[in-house]
Design a binder for this molecule. Structure first.
Ligand code: EPZ
Length: 420
């Protein structure tokens, strides 16, 4: 197993190119199951979660090549509609094949994902919506067995809660359903918007893209033909590098970013005292004179993303005053707290709220990554800490950050990837 060894404190400088968004690429790759013709997708991040989804699609009968961030995939001959436990247990986002498989083939079996390190994460809203579209759903031997022999029908669906992959699954299902679907309280994340836009390009009529109400006219099982497209930049990767610059009092320029996807994140960095200049698809962050405490409450887009909560907690350890961080989406997304405390952070956790006192001079230590974003927070803390921080179990990082240590090394971090 590999680990990262970081010697801090670091001062960073230079340019970073942001990769394509993992959380946009996953649903869009799943959406290719709605097509029986070859599709070409560019700017796919080369990260473990994408490789896992490709493995799953390979088992279903997809034929594809994935080279230099470009995927060419042909789903004409899908021979199997079962997403097995061995794959789903390693990546919950495998559930994204449920909507498209059921819509195109009228049946599928997907292993139930179960809980994970950040919370329970049920999929009840995905299943309820599919039932409203006429699917019959049974849970058998740990699998969701979904059938719709006559195909899915359009329906009026009100999501009880905003769910990102739930919205994506139902948008994909509605694209091939019979008739009109009206989806209410849909997620508005940029990744959901890109899914809608790509479906529109493929000829699906969708009204309300970017809002929380969508009207989708399904094709009644006529498979789609996708024009080649490119995945949007990863706003969470970009936010992580902005935090890397902020926590080390460095100037850093990011390229291939969408600043308009980062409004809530930039607002918090301003609150912390950093200055950011935007220029088209690039942005430069300048250090604060002195980092100031801030308050965060995670929420759905366009609010502050839960996927940057851990990284901003690392940043708060260096900010002067009392920072308050409330996690509102996942009940257990605070596993990084005890690891940050090992580095010396002063964090008081009560319920869903963490209160931090800063700034604290962190001291390097061995810490363990617990989930993808928690891992990147530990790397950020390691950049600010004095001495050596070893971040173990970095397979979590590999799931969603392309070449993290190489990118950080290229801007001056003393970081090595070593074998345990
Ligand atoms: C997506 O997960 C992302 N994953 C997550 O990114 C992200 O943290 C999350 O959205 C929130 O932004 C992908 O896009 C692949 P949800 P998802 O359904 O869709 C509850 C990362 O680090 N809920 O929007 O699984 C749920 O428990 C990851 O890249 C139900 O109750 O999240 C949570 O409290 C991790 N029933 C809330 O809704 C359901 O059926 C939001 O979860 C579905 C969700």
């Amino acid at each position: 197993m590999d680990y990262l060894s970081i010697t801090g404190p670091s001062r960073l400088e230079g340019d970073i190119t942001i990769s394509g968004a993992k959380n946009a690429a996953l649903p869009l790759i799943a959406a290719t199951l709605l097509s029986d013709a070859p599709c070409e997708i560019d700017n796919i991040p080369d990260v473990a979660d994408i490789r896992t989804l490709m493995k799953l699609l390979g088992k279903l009968g997809s034929r594809f090549t994935f080279e230099d961030h470009t995927l060419v995939i042909d789903n004409e001959e899908i021979t199997n509609t079962t997403a097995t436990y061995d794959i789903v247990k390693t990546m919950r986002a495998s559930i994204l094949v449920l909507g498209p498989l059921l819509a195109r083939f009228g049946r599928c079996e997907v292993s139930l994902p179960g809980g994970c390190a950040i919370g329970q994460r049920p999929i009840d809203l995905h299943l309820k919506a599919l039932e409203q579209m006429g699917a019959v759903i049974d849970i058998k031997n740990g699998y969701v067995v979904a059938t719709a022999p006559e195909g899915l029908s359009g329906a009026r669906i009100i999501f009880d809660k905003v769910t990102v992959t739930g919205s994506e699954n139902i948008i994909m299902a509605a694209a091939l359903a019979r008739g009109k679907s009206e989806l209410i309280n849909v997620a508005k994340e940029p990744e959901v918007v890109q899914l809608c836009e790509v479906l529109q390009e493929a000829g699906v009529k969708i009204e309300g893209v970017g809002s929380d109400e969508l009207i989708i006219e399904g094709t009644d099982r006529t498979p789609l033909k996708f024009a080649p497209f490119s995945i949007i930049p990863d706003r969470i990767e970009a936010g992580t590098y902005l935090c890397a610059a902020a926590i080390t009092y460095s100037t850093l320029t990011l390229h291939q970013v969408r600043p308009d996807h980062l409004d809530a994140v930039m607002a918090k960095l301003h609150e912390a005292g950093c200055r950011i200049e935007e220029s088209g698809m690039s942005m430069t962050i300048y250090p604060a004179a002195r980092l100031r405490a801030f308050e965060i409450s995670t929420t759905e887009y366009p609010g502050f993303p839960t996927d940057l909560q851990a990284q901003f907690m690392a940043l708060a350890t260096q900010a002067e005053g009392v920072s308050i961080i409330e996690e509102r989406l996942f009940e257990n997304r605070f596993m990084h707290v005890s690891e940050l405390q090992r580095l010396g952070a002063s964090i008081h956790l009560k319920g869903h709220t963490a209160t931090l006192n800063g700034p604290i001079q962190l001291l390097g230590a061995d810490v363990m990554a617990t989930d993808l974003r928690a891992s990147s927070a530990l790397v950020l803390a390691g950049l600010a800490a004095s001495g050596v921080t070893n971040v173990h179990r970095i397979y979590h990082l590999d799931r969603g950050y392309e070449k993290l240590h190489e990118k950080l090394h290229s801007i001056g971090a003393k970081i090595e990837r070593l074998k345990e």
